[in-house]
Design a protein around this ligand. Structure first.
Ligand code: SF4
Ligand code: SF4
Ligand code: SF4
Length: 247
């Protein structure tokens, strides 16, 4: 029986998710043994017409990205978005909060006409995404779990509960009670609350849970001494597409 054909593509990103993947070393090698890598970024000549699984890192931010992601989608049985940039726009989407012309001039100066640019979109805003690996950088245990499940023909279930639940299960003292900021109540779990478990606050890098009460989240943070402006600025860091209309 032939091995599943797997491809990795990067769009607008810092490539941190790719690097994080390489840190998996032996765990990843065992999985790679079960598949044929037919495309890895633009570094391989061995291209395929069809992919069983296409992993996509990065967001959509140019007209060429739109054309390319449609082409990949047409040739892929399963498409998986990797990391915050791909799943929900991530840090890249901060660009959308500023006037497009100002962004182009700031980044490219006089060469701005050489670099066509459009507002940042998550991959799922342009094509159908079947599965997501969240986090900035993406969670490597989640990546391995989803990768293995897909190879075995299983359907991995997404996380859709708040980081606070994992944090409480870890019996952490809440950092809000220590005067720190935290977005755990609205952020999507799956990272085992790694930040609050290590004395840091959650910045919401995995995106938000479904149907959040945005005003309620701001009010909760105000009760803990943070201004609405500070709360919204921090919420927009990784989730600008979600909170862009909140001022
Ligand atoms: S999700 Fe984070 S680590 Fe991954 S490509 Fe985007 S900015 Fe880089
Ligand atoms: S530290 Fe953050 S994630 Fe943990 S319980 Fe408090 S608000 Fe929730
Ligand atoms: S605790 Fe929050 S910021 Fe840290 S990895 Fe999890 S979702 Fe991201």
């Amino acid at each position: 029986m032939s091995k599943p054909k797997v491809a990795f593509f990067d769009f607008t990103s810092c490539e941190g998710c790719q690097l994080n993947k390489l840190n998996l070393e032996n765990d990843l090698l065992a999985v790679l043994d079960l598949v044929d890598i037919v495309e890895f970024r633009e570094a391989m000549d061995d291209r395929a017409d069809f992919y069983d699984i296409a992993f996509i890192e990065g967001s959509i931010s140019t007209p060429a990205c739109i054309e390319r992601i449609h082409d990949i989608r047409r040739r892929s049985r399963i498409l998986v978005a990797l990391g915050s940039c791909a799943v929900h726009g991530g840090i890249n989407a901060l660009k959308n909060l500023h006037p497009a012309e100002w962004v182009k001039e700031t980044v490219y100066g006089d060469n701005k006409y050489l670099f066509p640019s459009i507002p940042v979109q998550a991959v799922s805003e342009v094509v159908k995404v079947d599965f997501e690996v969240r986090g900035c950088p993406m969670s490597t245990p989640e990546f391995l779990h989803i990768f293995k499940s897909l190879i075995l023909g299983r359907k991995p279930e997404p996380f859709d509960h708040a980081v606070c639940i994992e944090c409480k299960l870890n019996e952490n003292e809440c950092v809000l009670d220590k005067g720190m900021f935290c977005l755990g109540p609205i952020s999507r779990a799956g990272c085992n609350a790694i930040c609050p478990s290590n004395g840091q606050y959650c910045t919401g890098c995995r995106g938000v849970v479904s149907n959040i009460n945005k005003n309620g989240a701001v009010e909760m943070l105000k009760k803990h001494g943070f201004s609405k402006k500070e709360a919204l600025n921090k919420m927009k860091l990784f989730n600008a597409l979600e909170f862009k209309n909140q001022n």
